[in-house]
Design a protein around this ligand. Sequence first.
Ligand SMILES: [Zn+2]
Length: 416
Amino acid sequence: MVSNVRRVMYALVYRPQDKRKSARKRGASPSRSPEFTGKMKTMQAPVFIGSRIYRGSSYGARHPLSIPRVPTAIDLSRALGWLPDGRYRTSPRARPRALQAFHSEAYIAALQKAEADQAVTEREQTEFGLGTLSNPVFGEMFRRPATAAGGSLLGASLLRDGGIVFNPGGGTHHGMAGRAAGFCYLNDPVLALLAFRAQGLSRMLYLDIDAHHCDGVEAAFDGARDIRMISVHETRRWPFTGAFGDRAAGAALNLPVGKGFNDSEFTHLRDRVILPAIERLDPQVIVLQCGADAVTEDPLARLCLSNNAHFDLMARLKTAAPRLLVLGGGGYNPWTVGRLWTGVWGVLSGQEMPDRLDGEAREVLQGLDWVRQRGPVASYLTQSLRDAPRDGPIRPEIDELADRAAEIVRDWTWSG
Ligand SMILES: [Zn+2]
């Protein structure tokens, strides 16, 4: 009975992209889909969620998201032998009804219509933010974000009994309930958190280390009593929200940092604020938005992290809560984002990171090109996964930010 209910729920939430496969999944072997039967109680091995849709679609030749990101992480992980079949799951596409857990019906209808027509009216552009420079009309403008959202919803479902899931196509943290913004058409982190809430979880931590503030997620959970949000982002950068004093009625802790933010400063905030907050709040799930645009080479931000900052945090988050859902996010330099997300998967799935990349792995990175690249690509971007550390002085303003935030964390509770 339970199993039937779950199957019906699954059919409501997802549009199976391959009916034959889906029938097989629902039919013969419940042991292969324990998340839908409720029988599996032990923690599952980490799962990587991807889709072919990221390979064949682009926001347009001149858009920052014209570069391959998820495909690079998949190809590089495969080349390293880190992605055996059992660890990889194809992302289903979320159905419009599932998206309406957060998004308005009118907006979802407009988004689908824009994809079908490959055009928007002036009114649709103004009202829904569609057909703009940042959120252009393109061939898969509904199906691609709906697949990213379906991946995060699948992740929430797989994590019902605990574990680790990585959905690098997700992390679209600027999407609003009735409006596209900042390259995001939907908001998959919000949908995933709502799915965890529907599972009965009441202590959920959303952590965001993208260079941009997570305005869509914060707007969705302003004043929430079961969700706490921590965001580290560059100050005075779009969307210009997320000041330290902005607390979303006690639900958020914003850590805006200035340009040049380095690994030592990240470690300082991690150890003084982020890890103590996890200790204090004891979340049942951590959802991490792991944007790759806070690293030095990113063209859209001015922070100076190396990917070690992400890897070291990931190693600590692995055991910090019973459930960990890691999402992608920003990241607009094809080499840094591909290396960072591959390394994240390596840490999450317990791999030994090689000092140098050879053979097929190196070819994946050497095969990338980028319209903004002037001259030859720095050799470390094609020959290694791990950056050299980018340590530096901890500036007084970061130290002060850590002090003030640590004070909030000391008294942070689920009631306010
Ligand atoms: Zn970003």
